[in-house]
Design a protein around this ligand. Structure first.
Ligand SMILES: Nc1ncnc2c1ncn2[C@@H]1O[C@H](COP(=O)(O)OP(=O)(O)O)[C@@H](O)[C@H]1O
Ligand SMILES: [Mg+2]
Length: 315
């Protein structure tokens, strides 16, 4: 089977705690913190494992927080390739106000990268990506990494005869869409990100599909996926287009739903399943993630149930 390699240049150690009330001013006495590894690629790898597959995660780390991150990942049991990043690994803090259940999330930027740091990361990708593997880039870019990083990564991955999946946003997404390279296998975004790129609203499935077709015919990626919230996701590839819609689920926390989609899709793609079945699995995994608490991603049994109830239509 194809191997899955996820890349996280700006991972975090997330620490979660609670306080009786969150107020400015007084010291807030918090509960004992729980620590979790975080960052797009780490979450995608975790989703793959939850669904019964294997993924290696490549991370850039630094300092004591980086060492703590490695320890937490070792405890989770997946395989990790760590490279030296430019500074101390960042932390994120989330605090739940016990009086009303509201969660406050504080996210730090992480260390600033320079060109040598990027070069080291690309060398590590060249080593870790074997022919035929599926390489996943998910999450925001660290400060200092140029917006053309996904394009450069795409040519490295292509050089290894591997396939690149990209789920990013902001300037990196814009650059990738405006500077097409055939080397990207799948580019995924949500409808807000797609509308931002398109410069127009994409309310109906037909609008979303038309835009995704423009990207595919412009050579941006072989496959484009656009997520439409509760209305599932649209996939365009070659001259095919599909729309997969999950059953209605109870919304608990949407945190990690995008990464669960990518994990589900990547696992089915690694198993050589047809793209529409990869789409169906991604949509079901995202819906499963929505129904579970923030730090839990996609339960395997729930994903399988939702998968069988997900409606797939050719558009
Ligand atoms: N209520 C819902 N039911 C089912 N799927 C949902 C629901 N809300 C969001 N999703 C799916 O979850 C995923 C969220 O991805 P995205 O918008 O990239 O979020 P993020 O990057 O914050 O994880 C999408 O695939 C979307 O269709
Ligand atoms: Mg997203």
């Amino acid at each position: 089977m194809t191997t899955i390699l996820t890349i996280t240049l700006n991972p975090t150690v997330d620490f979660a705690t609670t306080a009786p009330h969150v107020l400015p001013g007084p010291k807030l006495r918090c509960s004992e913190a729980e620590f979790d590894p975080g960052g797009g690629g780490i979450n995608v790898a975790r989703a793959v494992r939850m669904l019964g597959g294997e993924a290696t995660t490549l991370i850039a780390i630094g300092g004591p927080t980086g060492a703590q991150l490695l320890e937490l990942l070792a405890f989770e049991g997946g395989s990790t390739v760590a490279i030296q990043g430019p500074g101390e690994t960042r932390r994120s803090v989330s605090v739940i106000d016990e009086s009303n259940g509201k969660q406050y999330r504080f996210v730090l930027p992480g260390p600033v990268w320079d060109e040598q740091d990027v070069e080291r990361a690309l060398v590590a990708v060249d080593r870790a990506a074997s022919a035929g593997s599926l390489v996943v880039l998910s999450g925001s870019q660290p400060p200092g990494v140029a917006k053309d990083f996904p394009s450069i990564l795409a040519s490295h991955v292509d050089g290894r005869n591997a396939r690149l999946v990209v789920d990013t946003s902001g300037p990196a997404l814009k650059h990738l869409a405006e500077t097409p390279r055939e080397a990207v296998y799948l580019l995924r975004m949500n409808v807000e990100e797609a509308e931002d790129l398109a410069g127009r609203q994409l309310p109906a499935v037909a609008d979303t599909t038309a835009f995704a077709r423009e990207l595919v015919s412009g050579g941006v990626a072989q496959l484009i996926v656009v997520a439409r919230g509760t209305d599932g996701s649209v996939l365009v590839g070659g001259d095919e287009a599909w729309h997969a819609v999950p059953p209605e689920v109870e919304v608990v926390s949407a945190v990690g739903a995008g990464d669960s989609f990518v994990g589900g899709f990547a696992l089915w793609a690694a198993r050589g399943e047809p793209v529409e079945e990869c789409l169906r699995t991604g949509v079901a995994a995202a819906a499963a993630a929505v129904t579970s608490e923030a730090t839990r991603l996609c339960d395997k049994i729930l994903t399988e149930e939702l998968r069988s109830e997900t409606k797939l239509t050719k558009v």
